[in-house]
Design a protein around this ligand. Structure first.
Ligand SMILES: NC(=O)c1ccc[n+]([C@@H]2O[C@H](COP(=O)([O-])OP(=O)(O)OC[C@H]3O[C@@H](n4cnc5c(N)ncnc54)[C@H](OP(=O)(O)O)[C@@H]3O)[C@@H](O)[C@H]2O)c1
Length: 333
């Protein structure tokens, strides 16, 4: 199989490091990897392919000969450099929010709408937000069978969703807190150890950006602007793995038994036994989305309750991006 030159933009970050290890783990045919980050990381060495690779500072000349560029360095970097990488001939898969709602950029979860990735006028494909990805993987089989009109979703998001510095800050703050010491938070807006908070800036109507992403991205992925999504997103002091509590209203009634049947054979889903619950600790390190605690809702007609857990750094970011690249570049090779 032909091997590809792959750039990882944001290689020193939480998602970027996961990208590098997944390229190895999934035996992606890499000829050479180009690890890119900010100028302050230039020269750092990262493990890859049984050896080490040297991080380079991202710049306009970074994408020469690159066939796949995986971006996870924030929206402003993506806005500037995704077009540069696409212009150089790379397939670009971006993890930031920069391009997700651009009508000329497909927003893709392979289990649900891979076909959308085949039309990419800008040469860029966007990965949805981590919370949206795991909700779509869990609900897509139900939507295909019975239609969905409304979703109520509450998230319990891990701190790794906020990047490498957030993981370090929770570890340090938790230890200090146990010793009865104060911690001056820098990454989080307030105490995160032993606490729960919505830590994003408010956007429209008191909703934060993360919540509005779940509404808009769900509609775009399913191509259905009429779907109503009621989101509340919260950060919990879990190191890795997002959990969601979902109530979904279907167009026709779906029994618990039918939902379990649909999910038991759904791609990318691990259906938990009835006496087990989806846990972020169990989902962490796995590529699948764990679904369980399926109940008939007591308040919503045609309503089903589910709990969903997934690794936000893997399926919520790096795995989803690499799966897209595998489907587009390797299936055709
Ligand atoms: N964490 C998640 O679960 C998750 C899930 C889905 C999507 N995302 C998205 O993925 C992106 C990265 O998230 P993360 O959690 O990996 O963050 P992170 O741990 O803070 O990593 C950020 C990365 O971006 C690099 N970077 C920052 N500014 C740069 C610049 N001006 N030029 C080049 N590189 C630059 C950093 O390099 P230095 O080390 O040199 O600063 C680092 O490699 C964000 O857009 C985020 O929204 C994250």
């Amino acid at each position: 199989m032909r091997r590809l030159r792959v750039a990882v933009v944001g290689a020193t970050g939480a998602v970027g490091r996961q990208m590098l290890s997944l390229l190895e783990e999934r035996r992606f045919p890499v000829s050479d990897v180009v690890p890119l980050a900010s100028a302050q990381s230039a020269g750092k060495r990262l493990s890859f392919g049984g050896g080490e690779v040297e991080v380079r500072a991202l710049g306009p000349g970074s994408f020469e000969g690159v066939e796949l560029a995986l971006f996870s360095a924030g929206a402003s970097v993506s806005r500037e450099f995704c077009p540069v990488a696409a212009q150089a001939g790379a397939l670009v898969v971006d993890n930031s929010s920069a391009w997700r709602m651009d009508p000329q950029v497909p927003l893709v979860v392979p289990e649900a709408n891979l076909a959308a990735a085949r039309t990419r006028p800008k040469g860029i494909i966007a990965n949805p937000n981590c919370s949206t990805i795991q909700m779509i993987v869990a609900l897509d089989p139900i939507r295909r069978a019975a239609g969905i009109s409304r979703i109520f979703v509450s998230t319990y998001q891990a701190v790794s969703g906020k990047g490498a510095r957030a993981i370090d800050e929770l570890r340090v703050a938790s230890e200090r807190s146990l010793r009865g010491e104060e911690h001056a938070y820098q990454v989080f807006p307030g105490p995160m150890a032993f606490n729960v908070q919505a830590d994003w800036k408010p956007a429209e109507g008191g909703y934060n950006e993360e919540e509005l992403k779940m509404v808009n991205e769900t509609r775009k992925i399913w191509g259905d602007p009429s779907i109503r999504v009621s989101p509340t997103t919260m950060r919990v002091p879990v190191l890795n793995g997002h959990t969601e509590s979902i109530v979904v209203e279907t167009t026709r009634k779906v029994t618990v038994a039918e939902a379990r049947r649909l999910l038991s054979s759904a791609p990318g889903v691990v259906l938990c036994d009835e006496d087990r619950q989806p846990l972020p600790l169990a989902a962490s390190g796995r590529d699948e989305v764990f679904v369980g605690r399926i109940r008939e809702d007591l308040a919503v007609d045609n309503g089903l309750c589910l709990v969903v857990a997934a690794d936000n750094l893997r399926k919520g970011a790096a795995t989803n991006a690499i799966q897209i690249a595998e489907k587009l570049l390797l299936a055709a090779a």
